[in-house]
Design a protein around this ligand. Structure first.
Ligand code: HEC
Ligand code: HEC
Length: 303
């Protein structure tokens, strides 16, 4: 923000605070009456026949006001409340408090992180406490893309289904998290005529067991076997080296509608999993990998 604007708001706050304090004090002083000369003197206000006596405020009541005012003055000396330049004698700040809390938490949890970091992921995935910690990291860091339950969104893979673009072993999962992954499906639009494109859409659908036009699918298969097999394999089952999805399992990264399949083939897709190694550090990456590993390996035993 502009410095002049900042300064204006600083003074705005300072003046308001001072006016309020002085105002309260003046009001108290003005209403402070030691004792009414005549105990039966009234203020002249009458409501429904009830008259108001003109008695002073009780002492304890007044004193509470004075204490409150004194408290706010002490507070304003100790803490930053008078514009941004005055830091308060305690030198307290939100950031410092936050840093201190982070530091305390680190000291508390670091030994636990260290302990878990030394345990293999497959084994860690059986440990309820470790999985709980991994899940919290997941919910904080990954849910925006993969969903809070890891079931994914269009373009963001489901991590619970044991169908992997890049591999579901403990090492492969951790590698995906630490180093990130970029899946590039090139666009084939300019290379294909309408029949070939439609043929490919039909063929890809057929691979996953959709009802399709068999003739068109045959045309598509011919193109597939020359253009697509490099990454998706002759049988369409994909290749984890390129992150090329299995096209035969009816599990879709981008939904399996004909429109979407055609769009993918024509325009291509680039799915980016950002590297999280530096964001998380090794111990947290290890824990969240164990959590992700547990998601699909637990499914296996449920079935
Ligand atoms: C250079 C390797 C490569 C080639 C060649 C390739 N693909 Fe892909 N394909 C990929 C990758 C990688 C993805 C995943 C993209 C992502 O992660 O965003 C993908 C995704 C797809 C998808 C989306 C799958 C889903 O689950 O939503 C379809 C459909 C597809 N490819 C069909 C084809 C067809 C048809 C061809 C041939 C015309 C082809 N691909 C050629 C690498 C390739
Ligand atoms: C900005 C969005 C985004 C965030 C945040 C994100 N991911 Fe991903 N992730 C993706 C995308 C997109 C892919 C698929 C990449 C591709 O298309 O090949 C992916 C792929 C993966 C894979 C590989 C899946 C497979 O089938 O092989 C794993 C494992 C994974 N993410 C775990 C995580 C974890 C754990 C976190 C949190 C620490 C996380 N991701 C955070 C977008 C994200």
């Amino acid at each position: 923000m502009n410095e002049n604007v900042n300064e204006f708001w600083d003074w705005w706050i300072i003046v308001l605070v001072v006016i309020n304090l002085v105002g309260c004090l003046a009001l108290l002083y003005w209403t402070r009456k030691v004792k009414a000369e005549d105990e039966n003197e009234t203020t002249g206000h009458i409501y429904d026949g009830i008259e108001e006596y003109n008695n002073p405020l009780p002492h304890w009541w007044l004193n509470l006001f004075y204490i409150t005012l004194a408290f706010s003055v002490v507070y304003l000396v100790l803490y930053p409340g008078m514009g941004t330049d005055y830091k308060g004698t305690l030198d307290w700040s939100q950031e410092k408090q936050h840093e201190q809390e982070v530091q305390t938490a680190k000291e508390k949890y670091q030994p636990l992180f260290d302990k878990y970091a030394a345990i293999p992921i497959e084994q860690l995935a059986q440990n309820k406490d470790a999985i709980g910690m991994g899940k919290r990291i997941f919910v904080n860091t990954c849910f925006g893309c993969h969903g809070s339950d890891g079931r994914g969104n269009p373009g963001y893979p489901d991590l619970t289904d044991n169908d992997w673009l890049w591999g579901g072993s403990a090492e492969e999962i951790k590698f995906s998290i630490v180093n990130g992954r970029t899946g590039v499906m090139p666009g084939f639009g300019p290379m294909l005529n309408a029949d070939q494109l439609d043929g490919l859409v039909q063929y890809v659908g057929q691979l996953s067991g959709h009802k399709v036009d068999a003739n068109a699918a045959e045309t598509g298969k011919q193109v597939f076997d020359t253009q697509c097999f490099v990454c998706h394999g002759n049988d369409g089952k994909g290749n984890k080296m390129f992150g090329a999805p299995n096209l035969t399992d009816d599990i879709w990264l981008y939904s399996g509608s004909s429109t979407n399949i055609a769009k993918t083939i024509k325009e291509g897709r680039t799915g980016v999993m950002p590297a999280h190694g530096e964001i998380l550090g090794d111990a947290k990456a290890h824990l969240v990998a164990a959590y992700v590993y547990s998601l699909s390996n637990q499914n296996e035993s449920d079935q």
